[in-house]
Design a binder for this molecule. Structure first.
Ligand code: NAI
Length: 360
């Protein structure tokens, strides 16, 4: 059966890894009609914005997309188009499985956990007041009148909205995911000892939802202790559910447990739409050199295939990736370095894809 899928190659290493991913899917015999559209800094001159309307229209029409990473300027400039896409389509659940594979170069060989990150609220809401911005003074005055502490005049302010609806639905998603994937435990991660209003609400919502899933174990953990626990005993974790910012940070930490960012796939799921993308960014430090590891993009495509009901093709591609890594000969520099301490003998992005194709 043919599927239409929107493809946003992205920038930095995006075009290289999405090319590798498309080649693997084609070799696996999956019939996909790609609708390729561009977003990011590179299209501003042509369309006057980094996320043109026709890109949003294409995703709305097709309902499913896969992307490479897109660069966001740091500190100044346009807001992240990745965050904008998640908010525009209410892709509230970010699902990031972190599973050890033989030959992934990690210090661990028994990691099997899933990060479920809330994707639309929290400090990512984009409600920010720079010093002197419209509303900055009024907000400071409101805080001075109503709170025990005052906000300094020269302080920029970012707001952290966490709603009951947003918290309940992401925790429900985590429990439903646990049930449908044969997982045993959900850990809600928070900092409710300090942020009693926002994280306290998230925790209360999590406890409420958990009480309706007696078949799945539940625990809650403070985010700093969670980080240490993940590094020392990753086998203690199963499904983790987190508000947006902690989810972002802990995702990269968890990627480091399974060989690094080049290995960690992801999906952004909403009620009517899904966008698949790796956890990592555009890696400008290695872009354009055919050295990036395309595994995370290829495994994100496997999550896309699961979503499309192409389970057999997804399983075959995952097995080919595992076999290629396990053989240990044809691997990219990130994995080679983790295995041997040097990138000597590593292969390029497309050569790795060739090896996966040969193992299909
Ligand atoms: P990054 O994830 O791009 O890179 C961090 C480190 O991991 C770098 O050393 C990079 O070379 C390495 N790395 C990442 N992916 C790799 C791969 N596939 N193979 C081998 N090595 C890999 O994070 P960074 O540098 O903080 O962000 C760069 C840009 O990406 C920023 O503009 C950021 O906003 C954007 N970004 C975009 C995301 C998206 O499109 N969903 C997600 C995260 C960041």
């Amino acid at each position: 059966m043919s599927h239409e899928v929107v493809l946003i190659p992205g920038d930095g290493i995006g075009p290289e890894i999405t090319t590798a991913m498309r080649r693997v899917l084609a070799a696996a015999g999956v019939d996909i009609a790609w609708r390729e559209v561009q977003a990011g800094a590179g299209v501003i001159e042509q369309y006057g914005m980094p996320l043109p309307t026709h890109v949003l229209d294409a995703i709305r029409e097709v309902g499913v997309a896969i992307k490479g990473p897109v660069t966001t300027p740091v500190g100044t400039g346009f807001r992240s188009i990745n965050v904008a896409l998640r908010q525009e389509f209410d892709l509230y659940a970010c699902v990031r499985p972190c599973v050890s594979m033989p030959g992934d170069g990690s210090r661990y060989n028994d990691v099997d956990l899933v990060i479920i990150r809330e994707n639309t609220e929290d400090l990512y809401a984009g409600i920010e007041f720079g010093v002197g911005d419209f509303g900055h003074r009024e907000l400071r005055e409101l805080v001075a009148e109503n709170c025990a502490t005052a906000i300094p005049e020269d302080a920029a302010i970012s707001l952290k909205p966490i709603s009951n609806m947003g918290s309940e639905r992401i925790v429900r998603y985590a429990f439903e995911y646990a049930r449908s994937h044969g997982r045993k435990k959900v850990t809600a991660v928070h900092k409710a000892n300090i942020m009693k209003a926002t994280d306290g609400l998230f925790l209360a919502a999590a406890r409420g939802v958990a009480s309706r899933y007696p078949d799945i174990a539940f625990e809650d953990k403070i985010v700093d202790a969670t980080c240490m626990g993940l590094v020392m005993h990753p086998e203690d974790f199963d499904v983790l559910v987190l508000p947006n910012l902690y989810g972002d940070i802990v995702s990269d930490l968890a990627a480091g447990l399974v060989g690094g960012l080049g290995m960690a796939p992801g999906a952004n799921i909403g009620a009517d739409c899904a966008i698949f993308e790796p956890t990592h960014g555009s890696a400008p430090d290695i872009a354009g050199r055919d050295v990036a590891n395309p595994t995370a993009e290829i495994l994100s495509a496997c999550m896309l295939l699961d979503y499309l009901g192409e389970d057999e093709a997804a399983a075959r591609i995952r097995a080919a990736v595992r076999a290629t890594l396990a053989a240990g000969q044809t691997v990219t520099g990130d994995v080679k370095r983790a295995l041997t301490g040097s990138t000597e003998g590593a292969v390029g992005t497309q050569a790795f894809a060739d090896a996966v194709i040969a193992a299909l």
